[in-house]
Design a protein around this ligand. Structure first.
Ligand SMILES: Nc1ncnc2c1ncn2[C@@H]1O[C@H](COP(=O)(O)OP(=O)(O)OP(=O)(O)O)[C@@H](O)[C@H]1O
Ligand SMILES: [Mg+2]
Length: 495
């Protein structure tokens, strides 16, 4: 988990910097302490030798005094202590010989001329090694122009080595510590953060993919635990909402089906008188032929002809009955490819009696090329019959209705896609046209301009819904005194 890694990295950098700063300060303190101790012991040695040298010089002369210094120096060297303490006699004159001139520059030693002890860091001219050097002036009381001093020096090399080693140990310790912390925090991070976060992410993905039964089981009393609780709560509520939506959708679908069925039944009601009229002719033919047969005066040659004619009329009647029962039945048939010309012919057959009675001429045109669309035939019949009934109702004194089927290339309204091929079924009447204000509202459910009992205002609303469900749309072209044309566009089924 990136977040944990970033946090840990920030922590480790902070810890490493703190450790480094602390180590440096500690080292600086040790250096200062070591040098202070060295300086103190150099001064002590100088003060010890000063009176000895002064008295030897006065009583026994320069050579004896120099011998004491040389002897001491040799003694220390023999004991391998010259790194820690080397004693020399120096003259602070400008023209003192190299063998007895001080390691430090004369400017740095001006305080010694006025009788003060001075300690300096000096780089050894031969070896380049840094030494701590203390000068203790020795008053000889003979030549006031000449100032002699004891030079006590120690090499700082061993201490520098110690310092370097300490620094290395410090870095190593910090490196090991950081590595240990990285591993430790990696383990802790994986257990406390990465593992629960992984589970949270997996659950969130599952919920996002629609599995609303997914839950996280995190028994942590921290922010992640709370997040898990909130996520579970959210999934609960989503599942509830989904159930509710499913129930409501089902109820809506049932209500819709009820409405559509009602609309079909009301069309059937309108057809009833026409059907009764239509049945009149075959019934009259049958009854006439049956009477003649019953009289028994029919010759053998006519007998077969009459029977055929009765059979034919019965077939016509059962056709009418089948069409009506098909139409009245609840819509259970699946969507399948159908020729829209055939469906338009069926619809016009069914509406034939109604239109004839209203002195309206109904004809189906087109059909030179196949016009196949994937539809529910019952639903499309419902749409066509609604449009035809509307047209018939719009022409109370008679007129013409043309149902025309053809395939057209067009771009669907409100779609940015390229034009495609549509099966367009146009129902055109020669009625008075639809005023603009009615056009604006006629697809609303329960909008009607008809007297109560004549129309419920559902026909166009249901038709539009059905066509939209089929992936198509309805276009209207109408104006006062130029008739009305409703066009149903359905996606063409290619192949
Ligand atoms: N071909 C048409 N010519 C003139 N007006 C029409 C035509 N088709 C529809 N209308 C107008 O649109 C209105 C709404 O039509 P719709 O089919 O939705 O309801 P309806 O025919 O009034 O009632 P229902 O169809 O439920 O019996 C009609 O009342 C009518 O005013
Ligand atoms: Mg209608």
């Amino acid at each position: 988990v990136r977040l944990t890694a970033k946090l840990v990295a920030a922590w480790l950098v902070a810890i490493a910097i703190l450790a480094l700063l602390f180590g440096r300060r500690e080292l600086g303190r040790q250096t200062a302490e070591f040098e202070a101790r060295r300086e103190a012991s150099q001064q002590a040695v100088g003060r010890l030798f000063r009176p000895i040298i002064a008295r030897t010089w006065r009583n026994e002369g320069e050579a004896s005094a120099m011998y004491v210094v040389a002897y001491t120096r040799q003694l220390m060297a023999d004991q391998h202590l010259d790194n820690e303490l080397a004693l020399r006699w120096v003259w602070l004159d400008r023209d003192a010989p190299a063998s007895s001139s001080p390691m430090a520059s004369l400017q740095a030693l001006s305080a010694v001329l006025s009788g003060k002890e001075v300690t300096r860091h000096v780089a050894d001219q031969r070896t380049g090694v840094e030494r701590l050097v203390t000068y203790v002036p020795v008053a000889l009381g003979m030549d006031p122009d000449r100032t002699g001093a004891l030079e006590i020096s120690s090499s700082l090399e061993p201490f520098h080595q110690f310092e370097a080693a300490t620094r290395q140990r410090l870095f190593a310790t910090i490196a090991i510590g950081v590595a240990a912390l990285v591993i430790l925090s990696g383990l802790i991070g994986a257990w406390v953060v990465a593992r629960p976060v992984r589970r949270l992410v997996a659950t969130a993905r599952a919920i996002g993919d629609g599995d609303l039964s997914a839950r996280v089981d995190l028994r942590q009393r921290d922010e992640l635990g709370r997040l898990a609780g909130a996520m579970n709560g959210m999934a609960d509520r989503l599942a509830d909402a989904q159930d509710r939506v499913a129930q409501e959708t089902e109820a809506r679908i049932r209500a819709l089906e009820q409405l559509r069925h009602g609309d079909r039944l009301s069309t059937l009601g309108r057809l009833a008188s026409g059907v009764a009229h239509e049945l009149g002719t075959p019934l009259a033919v049958i009854s006439g032929r049956a009477q003649l047969l019953a009289e028994g005066s029919v010759g053998a040659s006519k007998l077969q002809q009459y029977a055929r004619s009765i059979e034919h009329q019965v077939e016509r009647m059962s056709d009418i009955a089948r069409q009506l029962t098909d139409f009245a039945r609840r819509d259970t048939r699946k969507h399948a490819p159908h020729d829209m010309v055939a469906l338009a012919r069926d619809a016009s057959d069914m509406m034939g009696a109604l239109s004839t009675k209203a002195r309206v001429q109904l004809e189906v045109t087109g059909g030179d090329a196949p016009a196949i669309a994937v539809v529910s035939p019952t639903q499309i019949q419902q749409v066509l019959s609604n449009l035809i009934v509307n047209a018939v109702q719009a022409m109370p004194t008679g007129g013409r209705i043309a149902v025309d089927v053809r395939v057209e290339a067009a771009a669907a309204p409100a779609s940015s896609g390229p034009p495609r091929r549509w099966v367009c079924t146009r129902v055109t009447d020669t009625g008075p046209g639809i005023p603009r204000d009615v056009q604006e509202r006629m697809f609303e459910p329960f909008f009607t301009t008809k007297r109560s009992g004549e129309g419920m205002g559902l026909g166009l609303a249901i038709s539009q819904e059905i066509v939209l469900e089929h992936g198509g749309w309805i276009a209207v072209d109408s104006g006062p005194d130029r008739g009305t044309s409703f066009a149903i566009y359905l996606p063409e089924h290619a192949g």
